[in-house]
Design a protein around this ligand. Structure first.
Ligand SMILES: C[S@@+](CC[C@H](N)C(=O)[O-])C[C@H]1O[C@@H](n2cnc3c(N)ncnc32)[C@H](O)[C@@H]1O
Length: 229
């Protein structure tokens, strides 16, 4: 895909995305809504059947975004749950979405099984655990299945000091279509992360933020990037 086509795809899709994510809270340690736009726009463009989300995380926001945007697609979310240990809360929080399949396990083992089970389906993968080189190494295995159409990789932006190592690695692959924390992208779509309610811990009341709670550390977000297979 040419960058110009991706830009048009984002522009054509953003209003639908904005409506679909309206009212969702930003749960801590989650995918930025602006980054989710790029991934969901590609899911829509390629009309994929299945979205694999690795990992579910502390609250499952990326899974929720995908499930809400695509009620007719199957969302398979995987996590070891050893890092945040919040599986019960997440499953209860997301029980209204009937298109989510939860898998407790390591993506390294679980994704090949899924790819094998759905050989005739069009698949998109979001890697948000493991990160950087670890995620790309998994993608190198998964992409051998040509029904993996594209992948997103979170936390690999070049606009902050925390993810610069992963940025440099992803850049070195010469395969990245675009990063969500590039200037043009964030200037156009960064508004998706603003004026939202944020929840920090399981039973906290949501707090409205005009900017983003992480704006000091990640002024344009931690940055997701996208590779077409
Ligand atoms: C930053 S969180 C994901 C946030 C989530 N995508 C969201 O937007 O809410 C990263 C998660 O990846 C999980 N993880 C890391 N490596 C993994 C692996 N190899 N298999 C499955 N899950 C993994 C961790 O347990 C952690 O919960």
């Amino acid at each position: 895909m040419e960058l110009s086509i991706f830009k048009k795809t984002l522009g054509d899709y953003v209003k639908k995305y904005e409506n679909d994510i309206d009212g969702l809270f930003y749960w801590s340690s989650s995918l930025y809504f602006s980054a989710g736009l790029g991934f969901c726009a590609l899911c829509n463009y390629y009309d994929c059947d299945i979205i694999i989300d690795s990992g579910t995380g502390k609250y499952g926001l990326s899974t929720e975004i995908f499930a809400k945007c695509f009620p007719n697609k199957k969302i398979i979310t995987i996590d070891t749950h050893s890092y945040y240990n919040n599986e019960k809360f997440i499953k209860n929080r997301l029980k209204q979405y009937k298109n989510i399949k939860f898998i407790e396990g390591n993506s390294e083992k679980e994704i090949p099984k899924i790819l094998n089970n759905y050989k005739n389906k069009k698949i998109a993968i979001m890697y948000d655990g493991p990160k950087g080189k670890g995620a790309y190494e998994l993608f190198k295995i998964h992409r051998k299945n040509k029904n993996v159409l594209f992948a997103g990789f979170d936390d690999c932006g070049g606009s902050n000091k925390y993810t610069i190592g992963s940025y440099n690695f992803m850049k070195s692959t010469n395969e990245v279509l675009c990063w969500s924390d590039e200037d043009w992208y964030y200037e156009k779509y960064g508004y998706l992360d603003k004026n939202r309610y944020h929840v920090n811990h399981n039973n906290d009341l949501p707090i409205l933020y005009e900017g983003h709670p992480y704006k000091e550390s990640y002024p344009k977000g931690p940055g997701s990037c996208f590779i077409i297979n």
